[in-house]
Design a protein around this ligand. Structure first.
Ligand SMILES: Nc1nc2c(c(=O)[nH]1)N[C@H]1C(S)=C(S)[C@@H](COP(=O)(O)OP(=O)(O)OC[C@H]3O[C@@H](n4cnc5c(=O)[nH]c(N)nc54)[C@H](O)[C@@H]3O)O[C@H]1N2
Ligand SMILES: Nc1nc2c(c(=O)[nH]1)N[C@H]1C(S)=C(S)[C@@H](COP(=O)(O)OP(=O)(O)OC[C@H]3O[C@@H](n4cnc5c(=O)[nH]c(N)nc54)[C@H](O)[C@@H]3O)O[C@H]1N2
Ligand code: SF4
Ligand SMILES: [Mo]
Length: 688
């Protein structure tokens, strides 16, 4: 028997845990702890522990598929490449769009970015960061000049007071949750704000249950109390920020007194006072947030407000502080860093900047130029264009995303994607989106490739190949390089190995410039910015000044605004959505992992017992959940863990898809949809 242990990083969340894959006779059969990672110190959550189970699932894609007369037919790579190249050559550049993937490596994302802008010459490229932390990228760039988590994961342990708002850290970033517990053991206090009494809430010293959509009001109320009592950091405000008087004038209004914010949010005024005092007086305060903050039509306002609180209390640039935007997917940070966004090349070099544009044009050397120096469409805009203006976008290349289950208002999204003339999907499973494609290409998963991914704390870490891919599946970047080759651009994609791709990334990206595979092989890996080969990397940002032009953090006045759709007589409850620890997004991997699937086989809707009583609904009963977008039949979970007037569904399950119900209204700046608040009604299903 041939037994090997291959060290790799987790393919699920942005925490970036390391473990070993156990390989027996050339096949991945299990996982074991890798103790030396400073991130997870040998521990993993259930998803990491069972991340080996889907790898050899019989449902993996093994060969290219081409749709003929409505049915998929197995094809060779050459047939698939020929068809794709012919089709793409027939469209104008701006009629094509690409969706990249926060699940794949930096190398894969870089390849798709170069393929879109260089081979297709289209400016339309985006990925699921739009649905996730686009509010963070826009909001933090406006206040700090740069849009990433400011501190590191180990640093959270140093904090004296941790404020978590809109992140169910213990279920969605469990090994960051562990750090919170380690801080608590050293005496830190935990304040938590979430409409649901989650496993994170259970660990809180002060828990604030509130109605979805009240975040700016809560944060303004904290600042109101802190300034009123003189707990603000006067020195930090004077030396490192601007706009304080404007912010102060707004938050000191009576609208943001605890009594008035109780009316908006449902949090008792006394609790708001107590929490603001605890936070305001803490020696160091770390703020953690995720989707509860970003996924709103006021997502950017929410993000800015979290940053304002941290500046007003001087909680930035030191250990145990920071605005810690917990990034979701394993490599969403990296996909953004690689420029899989409609406005930037790698390392946030703007496409509209003529200097940056020329730099990439020269570095890549396409004989017929690259996409123009113009911003492209965000994925949410693409969907609206496809449905409202059919024919403007005609062809799309999707690598590692499943929008037909993850987009808001999916009936509308499906209609939009179906309007395309030609759709290529490159995935590891035949997803809902792949099913409507014209060509499906089988990719390798994390266990079958060398590559890098960048975690939420900007730590660049390696994946290492543990087994061969199933069938004739290939590396994502390799497939893209070969499609480009079939279009006549073999020279521009002449990489032999993943390392070759990484070296090209490092050459054109200042923040990755000092990195290479040899340096990244060390257990501690490297945090960007890492500008030179002797630079140690940067775990904490903004220690002396911010990345804005004058180095000052920007404070401004932000009023609370209600969500785009609020309850009324017809749709009397607030609806919000999210996740469970056992499953991942559209379930492609976790529902093909028997251990995880067995824990939670299907979806549910959480309803408060008082609401259930009014509706005459019992625990375990099937109900009809209805919004202005659509309806689903789903099992009721009657529980005090959710606030009266609010209902929650996880979005993992195709048989009861929460996204048939969600609102596709967008934040005007970040273009993120409002997944976290809309209006819903519930009907009892009458027996026939
Ligand atoms: N197990 C698991 N882990 C994951 C994922 C997964 O699918 N499964 N996905 C990953 C990804 S991509 C991401 S982006 C992260 C997301 O990580 P989280 O943001 O932690 O996850 P969510 O469940 O979407 O939402 C967090 C909380 O927001 C609360 N909430 C709802 N409405 C509001 C509101 O208006 N305001 C506030 N403050 N809170 C509200 C919900 O009750 C929920 O508990 O998780 C990552 N980790
Ligand atoms: N209602 C509601 N909807 C939401 C959210 C919410 O909170 N509520 N959250 C939103 C957020 S934050 C996010 S990030 C999105 C996620 O939305 P998606 O990214 O669409 O969801 P995933 O299921 O993670 O899809 C990733 C796909 O990549 C494939 N894949 C995995 N590894 C590889 C690989 O190595 N190569 C290739 N080619 N493919 C691979 C998987 O099989 C899967 O089909 O969902 C959003 N949708
Ligand atoms: S916390 Fe995240 S990175 Fe760590 S094992 Fe769990 S899913 Fe993987
Ligand atoms: Mo996400």
């Amino acid at each position: 028997m041939d037994l090997k242990f291959v060290q790799t990083t987790c393919p699920y969340c942005g925490t970036g845990c390391t473990f070993n894959l156990v390989v027996k006779d050339g096949k991945v059969v299990g996982s074991t702890a890798y103790q030396r990672s400073p991130v997870n110190m040998g521990k993993t959550c259930p998803k990491g522990t069972y991340a080996y189970e889907f790898v050899n699932s019989p449902k993996r894609l093994t060969t290219p598929l081409i749709k003929k007369d409505g049915e998929f037919v197995e094809a060779t790579w050459d047939e698939a490449y020929k068809l794709i190249a012919e089709k793409f050559k027939g469209y104008k550049a701006e009629e094509m769009a690409c969706l990249s993937s926060a699940r794949t490596s930096n190398e894969d994302n870089y390849a798709l970015m170069k393929f879109a802008r260089g081979a297709l010459k289209t400016k339309h490229i985006d990925h699921c960061a739009r649905l996730c932390h686009s509010s963070t990228v826009a909001g933090l760039a406006a206040v700090f000049g740069s849009g990433a988590m400011t501190n590191s994961i180990p640093d959270i342990e140093e904090s004296k007071c941790i404020f978590i708002i809109g992140s169910n850290t213990f279920e969605q970033h469990p090994l960051i949750g562990r750090r919170v517990m380690m801080a608590k053991k050293k005496g830190a206090k935990l304040i938590y704000a979430d409409p649901r009494y989650t496993p994170t809430a259970k660990q809180a010293d002060i828990y604030m249950q509130f109605k979805s959509g009240g975040d700016v009001a809560i944060l303004n109320c904290f600042m109101h109390e802190i300034i009123k009592n003189g707990w603000e950091d006067k020195e930090f405000i004077a030396n490192r920020t601007k706009g304080y008087e404007e912010l102060k004038a707004l938050v000191m209004k009576d609208d943001y007194s605890p009594e008035n914010v109780e009316k908006i949010t449902g949090i008792p005024a006394a609790t708001l006072r107590e929490a603001a005092e605890l936070y305001g007086k803490a020696e160091s305060g770390a703020l953690l947030y995720s989707m509860g903050i970003t996924q709103h039509t006021v997502g950017v306002d929410n993000v800015k407000s979290t940053a304002h609180l941290q500046m007003v209390t001087g909680n930035l640039g030191r250990p145990g502080t920071g605005v810690n935007a917990l990034r979701g997917q394993n490599n969403v940070q990296g996909a953004c860093d690689m420029g899989a966004l409609p406005v930037v090349f790698t390392g946030y070099q703007k496409v509209i900047d003529p200097v940056a544009h020329k730099k990439f044009e020269d570095a890549w050397g396409f004989p017929d130029g690259i996409a123009p120096a113009e911003n492209g469409y965000e994925v949410t805009t693409m969907v609206n264009v496809m449905s409202d203006n059919p024919g403007e976008l005609k062809a799309m290349y999707i690598m590692g995303e499943n929008p037909l289950l993850s987009d808001p208002n999916i009936d509308h999204a499906k209609h939009a994607f179906e309007s395309l003339e030609f759709l290529v999907v490159q995935d590891i499973f035949l997803t809902e989106t792949a099913q409507i494609a014209d060509v499906v290409l089988p990719a390798t998963c994390y266990a079958e490739k060398d590559g890098t991914q960048t975690s939420t704390e900007r730590r660049v870490q390696k994946w290492r190949k543990a087994q061969d891919p199933p069938g004739v599946a290939k590396l994502d970047w390799k497939i893209l390089a070969e499609v480009a080759g079939a279009m006549g651009y073999a020279d521009q994609f002449a990489w032999e190995t993943s390392e070759d791709v990484f070296n090209e990334i490092a050459a054109v990206t200042p923040s990755y410039h000092g990195m290479n595979y040899e340096r990244l092989d060390k257990p501690e890996a490297l945090h960007w910015p890492c500008p030179e080969v002797d630079h140690p990397g940067t775990p904490i940002l903004h220690t002396q000044k911010f990345a804005t032009a004058d180095g000052l953090g920007v404070l401004s006045a932000i009023e609370w605004k209600a969500p785009a759709e609020v309850p009324d007589e017809e749709y009397p409850y607030i609806f919000t959505t999210g996740r469970t620890i056992w499953h991942w997004h559209t379930g492609t991997m976790t529902r093909n992992s028997p251990t995880l699937d067995h824990e939670v086989p299907t979806g549910w809707i959480e309803i408060n017992p008082d609401d259930a009583k009014e509706l005459g609904i019992a625990y375990g009963e099937k109900v009809r959940a209805i919004t202005r977008r659509g309806e689903v039949e789903v099992t009721a979970k009657v529980t005090r863990d959710i606030m009266k007037g609010v209902m929650f569904m996880p979005f993992h399950f195709a048989e009861c898809p929460a996204n048939r119900l969600t609102n596709d209204a967008l934040d005007p700046v970040s273009k993120i949809p409002e997944y976290k608040a809309c209006a819903i009604k519930i009907e009892k299903i009458q027996e026939a």
